[in-house]
Design a protein around this ligand. Structure first.
Ligand SMILES: Cc1cc2nc3c(=O)[nH]c(=O)nc-3n(C[C@H](O)[C@H](O)[C@H](O)COP(=O)(O)O)c2cc1C
Length: 277
């Protein structure tokens, strides 16, 4: 029996834009390959106001949901919001982007969330993006080759779901551990586990007060009147650092810099995309 799909949805949380690039390439490819009469919709969940509306899907929908890997897991600030998703038997494709260290249990966790919320998970992928903490670790990835692979993944998904019998759905096997491993914890310069949550970005005199950082912050923590002030939490997403037009945002915390340096040294070997179909 042929499946008729009505909507292809690309949904992402993506403070530095790598997840958005891969999810976009996948959904554009699905739109091209799945055939006529299917509407393409893209939804960002990056900013606080974008996480106010509920996302409710139908069985005629395809949903590609992408998040970055934070500490080997789904970013915990998203968990509450993801718990409000309503899959209603829509086709679900979980995607994670990671910064060349490891995606650990993030993909299996995201797939479990989607299943729990009523999606039929038929494919999944772990892709690589420039590390949020660095401009040299997985530098400029996803690159052209990664985008081609994402499009090819979209083609394979299209072929799989076109003629799939939804009544004989079997659980897709995805790499990862259950129970999930604990959040990956970096160490400080004394070699002890360290609470990175208290570290906040600084602002140099290169700042031209354009306010772009205020609008990029996914947790709305940068003060509009004084952009050097951080009012709330900082999730170290890299959004304000990489999005700043004059490179005025930076971290000078010695423990952050040590961790950044260690990642750049230890994880130089190029990682490759892994897909599950
Ligand atoms: C708080 C935090 C934790 C991260 N943890 C990991 C990790 O465990 N493994 C990894 O390889 N990359 C890790 N990264 C890097 C991001 O997963 C990666 O750079 C991703 O491409 C960023 O996605 P975005 O561009 O959509 O924001 C982490 C980034 C942040 C901000």
């Amino acid at each position: 029996m042929k499946n008729n799909f009505k909507e292809i949805n690309g949904v992402w949380f993506s403070p530095t834009g790598t997840t958005k690039k891969i999810v976009s390439a996948i959904v554009e490819s699905i739109e091209k390959n799945i055939g006529e009469n299917c509407e393409l919709k893209k939804t960002s969940l990056t900013l606080p106001k974008e996480r106010e509306d509920l996302l409710v899907y139908k069985s005629s929908d395809i949903v590609v949901l992408g998040v970055p890997v934070y500490a080997g897991r789904v970013p915990n600030i998203l968990l509450k919001y993801l718990d409000t998703l309503e899959g209603n038997s829509a086709i679900g494709i979980p995607i994670v982007l990671y910064g060349n260290r490891n995606y650990d249990d993030a993909l299996i966790e995201l797939a479990d969330i989607m299943r729990e919320k009523g999606f039929k998970v038929v494919g999944a992928g772990a892709f690589i993006g420039e590390h949020s903490f660095s401009k040299i670790l997985a530098k400029k990835r996803p690159n052209k080759d990664d985008i081609e692979k994402a499009k090819n993944f979209g083609l394979k998904i299209s072929e799989k779901i076109k003629n799939m019998d939804r009544n004989v759905y079997t659980e897709l096997k995805i790499k990862g551990n259950r129970p999930y491993r604990p959040y990956y914890r970096p160490k400080n310069i004394a070699g002890e586990f360290y609470d990175f949550r208290k570290i906040k970005p600084k602002t140099s005199d290169r700042c031209i007060d354009c306010k772009i950082c205020v609008y990029l912050c996914p947790v709305g923590s940068i003060d509009l009147d004084d952009v050097s002030k951080i009012n709330g939490i900082c999730i170290k997403c890299g959004g304000c650092i990489k999005g700043c037009l004059t490179n005025a945002k930076y971290y000078d915390d010695e423990n952050y810099l040590k961790h950044q340096h260690e990642l750049e040294e230890e994880f130089q070997d190029r990682k490759e995309i892994e897909i599950f179909l």
